[in-house]
Write a protein that binds this ligand. Structure first.
Ligand SMILES: C[S@@+](CC[C@H](N)C(=O)[O-])C[C@H]1O[C@@H](n2cnc3c(N)ncnc32)[C@H](O)[C@@H]1O
Length: 344
């Protein structure tokens, strides 16, 4: 691979990897809500934004981060006083669909509801279209919200719809980044859930903590509105959510210290030149993997779990009593994985 001899900047390209929980289809259902059956939900979303913007609808240059299939960005641009609206997302499928639809195309695409109402709801052919062609000044940008490709202080308004709780970056860092994108006295408008799911539990913020973090990141005390709205209630699905959404607007009062460029991966992975650190978790993963591979090597179509436990005892790895449940739970996992892969 040529980039092995490349400079640091080429290696950086390797860092822009997708978070493990994001893929091309992750938010595919949203396109149908945005551009087919979702009038009620789309209206409710706009109402939430209105409730925190009050009468000051002059939004200037607007950036919508994590705009998804872009209906909210489109509605904002069409219904409010936006000089220009940049809708940004890193999912090319969503942006390509948005591009066609806002420019007047009617797209035929299938919806695959999570829990189809009946047999014919398994795959529903929808026509995706916008109420009208978007007016001038609406731009789509494919990019990473954690590495926004814009000059500092470019925007009067930054909108984060259903985003702050799903990004990998800690909220105080994200808040400082948003502060940096805003002009002095610009406004951050947030809307959506507070369902932080990061493995680090201390980063899962309550509404009170979220509000305090925003105020501590160079913003005015956020004006908050909360309301329960329907979310992804497809008419073809038995599944749908009600969500008490957390919306706020806060003005930039001072510049927050800018965080370093976001790194999705550490240098020892990106450049391949630094030592791979022997962390506690790598150490225990290595040991577990060795024991697992040993157990796998004992599967010969003849030995039972009890036989394998005896071998482990003879090898002085663990006693027979310890080995038996350990092997059983390991093989249960292997069995489950094999079932998952079996397909049709
Ligand atoms: C929960 S969805 C919300 C979509 C849209 N805002 C809406 O209200 O329907 C989150 C969106 O953020 C996008 N996203 C997640 N992480 C991102 C990142 N680092 N940069 C850009 N977009 C991101 C996803 O592709 C997805 O479209």
């Amino acid at each position: 691979m040529q980039s092995l001899h490349g400079n640091y900047e080429s290696y950086l390209a390797l860092r822009t990897r997708l978070p493990a929980d994001q893929g091309l289809n992750t938010y595919y259902a949203n396109v149908h809500r945005d551009w087919s059956w979702g009038d009620e939900e789309n209206q409710a979303s706009m109402n939430q934004l209105r409730s925190v913007l009050h009468d000051s609808a002059d939004l200037g240059n607007v950036l919508v981060l994590g705009a998804g299939a872009c209906r909210l960005a489109y509605d904002l641009h069409m219904q409010m006083d936006c000089a220009a609206t940049i809708a940004m997302d890193f999912n090319p499928l969503l942006l390509l669909i948005a591009y066609k639809v806002v420019n007047g195309d009617a797209l035929k695409m299938y919806e695959f509801p999570i829990a189809p109402r009946s047999l014919e709801d398994d795959a529903v052919l929808r026509t995706l279209s916008a109420p009208e062609v978007v007016r001038e000044g609406f731009h789509l940008v494919l990019g990473d919200a954690l590495r926004p490709p814009f000059a500092p202080e470019s925007f009067d308004t930054v909108v984060t719809p259903w985003l702050i709780d799903i990004v990998t970056e800690d909220l105080p860092v994200m808040a400082a980044r948003i502060n940096g994108l805003l002009k002095p006295e610009g406004r951050w408008v947030n809307f959506g859930s507070l369902a932080f799911a990061t493995p680090e539990r201390t980063r899962r913020y309550s509404p009170e903590e979220t509000k305090a973090i925003v105020a501590e990141s160079g913003f005015s005390d956020p004006y908050v509105a909360e309301a329960t709205i329907p979310y992804m209630c497809s008419p073809a699905s038995r599944h749908g959510r009600q969500e008490k959404v957390f919306s706020f607007a806060a003005y930039k009062e001072r510049s927050a210290e800018q965080p370093p460029r976001h790194r999705a991966l550490p240098d020892w992975i990106v450049t391949g030149e630094e030592s791979v650190p022997l962390t506690h978790s790598f150490r225990s993963q290595a040991m577990t993997t060795q024991i697992y591979s040993f157990i796998m090597s004992l599967i010969d179509g003849k030995r039972s779990i009890k036989d394998m436990a005896l071998v482990l005892e003879k090898q002085k790895l663990m006693t027979r009593e310890e080995a038996e449940p350990a092997i059983r739970s390991f093989l249960t996992k292997m069995y489950d994985d094999a079932q998952k892969q079996s397909g049709f």
